[in-house]
Every structure is written in structure tokens, then in C-alpha cells.
Design a protein around this ligand. Sequence first.
Ligand SMILES: *[C@@H]1O[C@H](CO)[C@@H](O)[C@H](O)[C@H]1NC(C)=O
Ligand SMILES: *[C@@H]1O[C@H](CO)[C@@H](O)[C@H](O)[C@H]1NC(C)=O
Length: 248
Amino acid sequence: MRATLAVLLGLGVGAFAQGAATAASKVAAIKTAASQDAVFDILSNDSDFVFDFNTAKPVTGAAGQVIGSNAANFPALTNQGVSITIGRLGEACGMNTPHTHPRATEMLYLVNGSIQTGMLQENGARFVYNEVHANQAQVFTKGSIHYQQNMGCDPILFVAALSNEDPGVSSIAQRFFGLPPAFVAASLGDVGVEEVVGLEAAIPDNIALGTDECLKKCGITRGQQPTTQRQPRVAGNALPSNSSGSSN
Ligand SMILES: *[C@@H]1O[C@H](CO)[C@@H](O)[C@H](O)[C@H]1NC(C)=O
Ligand SMILES: *[C@@H]1O[C@H](CO)[C@@H](O)[C@H](O)[C@H]1NC(C)=O
């Protein structure tokens, strides 16, 4: 691990790796600090307590972006049990695609515009649908599959508080279709492996363009969207060797 890091730095992959290493060492130091006083010595600069969403690295798709704070990019959150993610959906019709947070409950506050949301808790729970308007908030229970879509033609902004400093995100389509294709095909019933490979290759990055109904209303054509967030292939989940599907 240390050797890998040295190689990375040696190659001059530089600032990002170095920043990540600094953050990781701060998190480690905070976790083993004897007292909260000592934590304040580790977070020695007052600005260590400020997170800047303007300069943080976003996750970007064709129809918007999400920017998340967590202990890894904001060590001051370590042991605090909270974090914030902001989302910009659109220009128009942006959709925060179905996902779960394995370690956090979410409370999402909508700054402006209106969104449609859906939530599914575990097997047996009913589907929950809502329209949420500016200055309203919705809770998304821990582990639930949920999504939000901007139903308007102007961009919207949300602020989501999460009950963990390392909430995690599991994007449903990318993760499910990242399983071995034969098992995905079998679990879908009468669907061929080639069909699965074709669907997988087209899964758009988050934030993706939303429903046909919204796109039509706003006069948008669903063109090619980036597909870089698909699950990487290793031997165990490899595409069939004769497959026409492209790997990412
Ligand atoms: C504290 O952080 C600010 C902003 O990152 C930086 O400009 C300043 O130089 C830092 N101060 C010290 C003493 O490291
Ligand atoms: C929400 O606010 C952003 C910027 O603050 C603005 O660009 C956008 O048009 C607003 N959207 C609505 C629906 O008011």
C-alpha cells in the first residue's frame, strides 16, 4: 500500500493522491486521538472546519451533478455521524437515478423548483411517491432505494443531510447490471445474455436525463449520455468472450 502510494507520488500523479493521503492520515489521527482537544490540534487550521462545494469534485452526468462531502474529502466529519450532499438536477428533467445509501438516512431539502421522488424500502414495504416543492424536505429511510427527478424545465438545487460521515452510494442499475451477465439474465427471467450486455452498455451516468414525459415537455432529445459509472469487469463478472458489448 505504502509502496503503491510512493510509486504514484513518484510518477507525479501528484496533487490529488497527495491530498487524499493527507486526508486519510488526518482521519486516522482523529480516530486514534485520545480526546476531542487533541482532534482540534489535528484540525489545526480554522478552515479545516469549512467544506467548499465550489471546489469539491462533482459526480457529473448528462443532466446535472451531485457533490458529496464525507470524511474522505472533509476529515473534520470523522466521528461526527453526519454529512451533506448537494444536487443540481438539470438544466431540465435531471434525474438522480435510483440508488441507496447503505449507511445513512437522508433528509433532502429542496431549495427551489419541484421534484418527483420515489422510495422503496425492503421487500414487503409499499412504494412511496411524492411531489416535493421548494422549501419542503423529505426523509429517505436508511437502505431504501430512492430517486429524485426535476419535473421542470429549469435547473433545481437540493441539499441532502445524511446521518453518516461515510454514507456510501450504491447506484442500482450500475450495480445490478455489474453482476455476471448470465446471472442477471437468469434473474430477469426470459432474457438473453446479449440483451443484458446491450442494456448494461447504455446505463447513463448520474445525473441522467429523466422521463420521456418531462423531456417532451421541455423539448429535449435524449441523445447519447456518458456511461463511465458502470461496474468495472474482472474475471468473475466478465462479459461473455463472444459478446458484442463494450467494456468500460
Ligand atoms: C489555513 O487554510 C487556509 C485556506 O486553506 C490557507 O490559506 C492558510 O494558509 C492556512 N493557514 C495555515 C497556517 O496553514
Ligand atoms: C434555482 O436556483 C438556481 C440558481 O440558484 C437557478 O439557476 C434556477 O433557475 C432556479 N430554479 C428554479 C426552478 O427556480
